[in-house]
Design a protein around this ligand. Structure first.
Ligand code: NAD
Length: 347
């Protein structure tokens, strides 16, 4: 079996590849694994260091928008797991063009090439942000898509394109929509690593608005296990929500991180709210639980403590990434605090 993983050098894609090659998914064990990744600022070959010597792994640096390359890689591929995306909401607010190019056109390119090559299965990794915001209750998979940010609108477009390729071309597409991921190897522009590394270094952390925005937290290992279940046992043309079962306001999340880093609330700096900031996300995971036996296995407190420990122990991994972000923000923002550094966000 050959698996093509797009975005396999990013946070979640690299976790999937590390797990796959460590035989965490018995039904996919032994698969030859090709990673296609452009290595944007968010991609990092160091994320694959633990499996770099595995002979089943082949790394291809390239763009999912490169038609001839994508067509070549699809030949002989049995399963595509599509993670590659521009993934940071704040960047999509500053400039949405790369989001439309990669998330919409890139996904279309992959779907067309997969259909042309007769690829067996295509898992499209989407997000719960496509549903918009929900005041109470949880979204089932058939809830209408009402995205609010350019990021989530581009993800909704690719999500719908993926489903359309199933209906139109009979491509075996499965879509997953997950909640906020956390865990090791997440780029330090995202909420948990940004706050953790700031607090470790004694730098105040920015909290959006009243801190009351609410998110469901999902350990990246649980997310990737859910994706593997969908890839192996899911049904063609179906959408599966994947959640972690721990809902916290941003202020509550910050409280946990303060405790874990030994800091107090004086390290919080409230900043102006993000434009069109979704108030609450909540996915109903009863479909994937009933059909595929999925349940989140990593208890949030344990997962978060281990994540904070990982950032403490892996300064060499995140320090250059934070330095690069600071350098990028410097010209537009002489104070050193720019949009990406201000926001409590996952994506
Ligand atoms: P990430 O930003 O950490 O990684 C994205 C990867 O895609 C990087 O390795 C990057 O180099 C690569 N990439 C970007 N553009 C590319 C292109 N044109 N061609 C090839 N490779 C390209 O993102 P992540 O957090 O790992 O998210 C992975 C997927 O999961 C995304 O599709 C995202 O929308 C989705 N998702 C993420 C979360 C979350 O909490 N992080 C939640 C829901 C859904």
């Amino acid at each position: 079996m050959r698996v093509l993983v797009t975005g396999g050098a990013g946070f979640i894609g690299s976790c999937f590849v590390r797990q796959l090659l460590s035989r965490a998914y018995p039904d996919l064990a032994g698969a030859a694994t090709v990673v296609l990744d452009k290595l944007t600022y968010a991609g990092n070959r160091a994320n694959l260091a633990p499996v770099v010597d595995d002979r089943r792994l082949k790394f291809v640096r390239g763009d999912i928008c490169d038609g001839p390359l994508v067509a070549r890689l699809m030949r002989g591929t049995d399963l595509v797991v599509h993670f590659a995306a521009e993934s940071h909401v704040d960047r999509s607010i500053a400039d949405s063009s790369a989001f439309v190019t990669t998330n919409v056109l890139g996904t279309q390119m992959l779907l067309q090439a997969a259909a042309d090559a007769g690829v067996g299965r295509f898992v499209h990794v989407s997000t719960d942000e496509v549903y918009g915001s929900i005041d109470e209750g949880s979204w089932p998979e058939d809830h209408p898509l009402e995205p609010n940010s350019p990021y989530s609108a581009s993800k909704a477009s690719s999500d719908l394109l993926a489903l359309a390729f199933h209906r139109t071309h009979g491509l075996d597409v499965r879509v997953t929509r997950c909640s906020n991921n956390y865990g090791p190897y997440q780029h330090p522009e995202k909420a948990v690593p940004l706050f953790t590394t700031h607090l470790i270094d004694g730098v105040p952390i920015p909290l959006y608005g009243d801190g009351g925005n609410s998110r469901d937290w999902l350990h990246v290992d649980d997310h990737c296990r859910g994706i593997a279940l969908v890839a192996v046992k899911g049904r063609a043309g179906e959408v599966y929500n994947i959640g972690g079962g721990t809902e916290l306001t941003n202020r509550q999340l910050v409280g946990r991180l303060l405790e874990l880093t030994g800091r107090d609330a004086s390290w919080i700096r409230t900043v102006a709210d993000r434009a069109a900031h979704d108030r609450r996300y909540s996915v109903d995971i009863s479909k994937i639980s009933a059909e595929l036996g999925y349940e989140p296995l990593v208890p949030f407190d344990r997962g978060l403590a281990a994540t904070v420990r990982w950032y403490r122990d892996n300064r060499r991994w995140w320090e250059p990434l934070k330095a690069a972000t600071a350098a990028r923000l410097r010209p537009a923002s002489p104070s050193g605090s720019g949009p990406a550094d201000h926001h409590l966000t996952r994506s």
